[in-house]
Design a protein. Structure first.
Length: 140
């Protein structure tokens, strides 16, 4: 019989790496799934659902992400202010024009599990509209 051991939180944080994903021409959902898996650390052999062992993820060219089907015209995001009749529906097309980083952010955030670790995991995600901005930011 073989004993299994869990990695400590400090040891897991020391093993973090940086991954860069280029969103140019990639389908939004597939990109978000890949980013969420890297943020959680599911690609590692030390993965445990209760330990935050994920890596840093940088997404570039968020403005050039692809969508399958007719989603640009039909998909809408729901939000509510908390007041009566406070519901808002924002079309995906308007969100892509205003800030495409938010579209990618919401897709990745909603693919993470709804638990205490997800807040820490999503902070390791950086999204940039284009490739030039990412190079300037990483140089600083």
């Amino acid at each position: 019989m073989q004993n299994t051991s869990m990695i400590s939180t400090n040891a897991a944080s020391n093993l973090r790496k940086r991954h860069t994903l280029d969103a140019k021409g990639k389908i939004l959902g597939r990109l978000a799934t890949q980013a969420a898996g890297l943020l959680r650390g599911k690609h590692k052999t030390i993965f445990a659902p209760s330990i935050d062992c994920g890596d840093f993820v940088i997404v570039t060219n968020a403005a050039e992400v692809a969508l399958s089907g007719n989603k640009m015209e039909t998909k809408a995001y729901f939000s509510h202010s908390g007041y009566a009749r406070g519901a808002k529906m924002t079309p995906l097309k308007r969100m892509m024009e205003k800030d495409p980083r938010k579209v990618v952010y919401l897709a990745v955030k909603r693919m993470l599990p709804k638990n205490r670790l997800s807040d820490r995991q999503i902070t390791r995600l950086r999204i940039f509209k284009g490739a030039v901005n990412a190079l300037k930011q990483s140089a600083n």
